[in-house]
Structures are given as structure tokens and as C-alpha cells.
Ligand binder design. Sequence first.
Ligand code: FE2
Length: 426
Amino acid sequence: MFDLLIIHAHLPDGRRDVSVGVKDGLIQEISAQDALRHAGAGEVLDAAGQLLSPPFVDPHFHMDSTLSYGQPRVNQSGTLLEGIALWGELKPQLRQEDVIDRAMSYCDWAMANGLLAIRTHVDVSDPRLLAVEALLEVKARVRPYLDLQLVAFPQDGVLRAPGALDNLKRALGMGVDVVGGIPHFERTMADGATSVRLLCELAADLGLPVDMHCDESDDPLSRHVETLADQTHRLGLHGRVTGSHLTSMHSMDNYYVSKLLALMAEAQLHVVANPLINITLQGRQDSYPKRRGMTRVPELLQAGINVAFGQDCVLDPWYSLGSGDMLEVAHMGLHVAQMTSQAGMRQCFEAVTTNAASVLGLEQYGLAPGCRADFVLLQAATPAEAIRLRATRLAVFKAGRRIASTPARTASLNVNGRPATVDWRL
Ligand code: FE2
């Protein structure tokens, strides 16, 4: 007897018309068609050929600044530099309860969107560590339905900003999960490389993963990812280190990249691209042609490197848009990387689900017996259709329990006396 039985579901890996039986919060069995019906179930949900996916995962976000749009003023130019200046103005005014309220609102949006795991960077440049305390509180509050992972992020440079290394260590001591960094923002290339070594050694000592904002620049000579791969290999951190953004790779010399990809694969680095933010913030010094500035996603995947897409920003000093919709992120990533092949579109869906889960190191994630019964039912039949429509999340489940529902998207027409219904699916 199952607690929940979902029938006639399509799965992202191409399996069609399957049944998924859930017991005690875990997926117990997946079988063809109605084969599990005989076992009985407390609740039966007919998916009617819609896509049942593991939940969306955001591997790169900034929850300490989200939903602060307009505070203390709006970013008029929409540029990175005005965004950084704005965040500098807002930081001294932050109040812990405001950070918590905004983050909790965003977690509600995430849950409704089937986004049930988020890795968020938290700025540790402020010695008060007010945002760290706030997000640790949020992490505890949302734990029953959302996995929140925190990265100690020295926004102003771990060597460049006075006291930043000490603040970062204190944040880790308070329970922050991941060591962050921003080598391209240090004063010199040499300082950037030193910061990578120092932070990787700290992570090795503490047994923690690493996730750095790395080479978020159009400068083809910004090569800190090379040092990140080297230190990962030297310290035996294989599979525990993520390079986020890596936008300089877009502009690098092709020969150099052919060497770099092998180093990154050897170190088993994870890569996170942030398509919405990369396409808006990079290439701003260019006239025409303007570079897109997103890292080389298909080439990284081809080299066997795990690549995920992140949201990065929503309604904050850097980005005046966004809604916590990882299908919007996948949609932009697909376009910017020209991943319009059949395999490429599937990979873009994986970039916001399974690949992102690998970045976070989530356990029991996926659609297989023994995995947590966390999933989202989409108003689409395939991953490509889900991306095309930014499909409605009909139902979101956590540990086998429905935690969010959205009505199917339809429209009613009445023209020339001919009533009709539109649902945008083939
Ligand atoms: Fe970021």
C-alpha cells in the first residue's frame, strides 16, 4: 500500500506513461503504466501524460540582497558597477528582520515554482555578519521544505577588504556550509591567485566544499579558474569545488581553452553559468559586435565537466527582473549557448535539475527507488516543452506531500461566434 501513487507520468529521461509509488516520504517503486495499481494507495494522482520532474535546484543565488529592488534607490543604468555601488549604499542600512522577511518571501516564490534547493552566497564583508545570522535563521525555518546551502562570500575581496578573511572564518564557524571567493576582484592577478590557494587550503582543513565567483569578467587573461583547478588537484578536493560565472572563458584564446578544459576535467570542477545575469552584465565595454559573455557551456559539457545554470539575482541592486523560475533561466541559457539540438535542450533542463543537484551534493535526489519523494508536475510533456512554455507547476511535492498547486494555464477565446480553448501545447 503506497501513501501516494502517481500514474501516467512522463519522466525527463524519456520514460513515458509510468507509475511512481511513494511510501514514507521516499520513492518506493517506478513501473510501467498501471502496474503498481494493485498495491493500492492513500492518494492516486493521474498525471495524464504530463512531465514529472525532480524539483528544480538553483546552484547560485544571492538571498541576502533579493527583493531589495528600489532600496535605497533603483539601479538607473542597470550596470554591474552601479549595482555594486548601490549594494554598498544599502549594506549599512540592512536590518536583520528585513533580510529574513525578504528571504522568506523569496522562498515562498521558490516553493511555488518547484524550486526546492538553493545554494546562496552570503556577503561576509560586513563585520556584523548580520546577513549570515539572518540566512542561518531562514535556513532553519525553511528546512522542512527547502534545502538552503550557504556560501561565505567575501564580496569586497578576501585580501582586498580589511578583516574579510577573519569575517569569512567566523561565518564558517557559525555554520555556513561552503567557502566562497572572488579572485578577479582582488587588487592584482597575483593576489587573486593567492586568494584561491588560501581559500582552498582553508576548505581542505575544514572538510568543506568551495564555490568561487571566478573570472566574472570579459578579460580573456583573467585565468583564475586555472589556479582553482590546480589547487583543487593539489589538495585532493576533486568533485568538491565549483567555479561560478567563468565568463572570461567566453573571450579566451581557443588554444588556451583546449588546455584549460583538460585541467578542469582532471580536477572534477563543477561549473555554474548564470545566463540571465551574464547576458545583461557582460560585454558592456564592447561597441559592436558585443560579446554574450556566458562561459562555454557546450564545450565544458563535451569535456565531461558538470555544468549547471543559476538564477544569481532577483529584484536586487544588480538585476531588476526575475521571479525564481529556473525554467526562465534554462530558457535563456539555451538561447545564449545556442543549445537548440535535441540533446542540447535536454542538457539545459538537466542544468537546472540533476546537474545543479550535483553541484550542491544533494543526496537521494532524483527519480529512482530510494530517492526522496520530492517532485514537480509540469504542464508539459517533455523537458524541451517545459522550457519553451516555462511550464506551469501544476503540483509540487515534498517528501510525498503536496506543498504547492497552480491551476493549469489556459485561455478562453470567443471570436466570430466560435468559442475555443487555448493551451499552447501541440
Ligand atoms: Fe553571484
